[in-house]
Design a protein around this ligand. Structure first.
Ligand code: SF4
Length: 175
């Protein structure tokens, strides 16, 4: 496998836009991985996946979709349901999704993986890195740096992407 190939955990289409653009500019060859068992309901996951496909098509990239296992995700965050967004529940959520991405990277022979979660202004990159660094092939790339978040807004608008108004799980629906 080419050294610069990277499996990109993609949380949604809008967050993937600027992240992918930056990765390609920096010489990476991304393959997208949609493994987001946190998303509720499943129709919302389908909707976000459809938007990701539009982004993948624009960049001519392969996308791998993992089947949702929301029950397993609920077990992971058990006891933390009432936490505020950005707290301990989210750290467990990152752990769940990054562990899945790490497993997929290993299974497919990727030496590197990263996540588009860091592009969001609403997500703490330090917390994501703390979780990700448990996995040897994790690349700590902060996509919100270099104007990434604003760029993702511009690109999402240009591509007419659906932008969700909640993070993903049922507990974030009312935040
Ligand atoms: S608010 Fe977002 S990051 Fe936090 S647990 Fe829910 S889906 Fe995961």
């Amino acid at each position: 496998m080419n050294e610069k190939e990277i499996l990109v955990h993609a949380c949604c289409g809008p967050c993937s836009t600027a992240s992918i653009e930056r990765l390609i500019a920096e010489g990476w060859k991304p393959v997208l991985f949609f493994g987001n068992s946190n998303i509720f309901p499943s129709s919302e996951a389908d909707k976000r996946f459809e938007e990701l496909l539009k982004v993948a098509k624009a960049f001519d990239l392969q996308v791998i979709r993992q089947e949702q296992d929301h029950e397993a995700w609920l077990t992971q965050v058990a006891g933390l349901e009432g936490e505020k967004e950005g707290g301990a529940r989210c750290e467990k959520c990152f752990l769940f999704n990054l562990r899945e991405a790490s497993r997929k990277a290993e299974e497919l022979g990727f030496s590197h993986f990263c996540t588009t979660l860091t592009v969001s202004r609403f997500k703490n990159s330090k917390m994501i890195f703390k979780v990700g660094e448990q996995f040897p092939s994790f690349e700590a790339i902060d996509f919100k740096k270099k104007g990434g978040f604003d760029r993702s807004l511009v690109m999402s608008k240009e591509m007419h992407l659906y932008r969700q108004n909640y993070c993903g799980c049922e507990f974030s629906l009312h935040d």
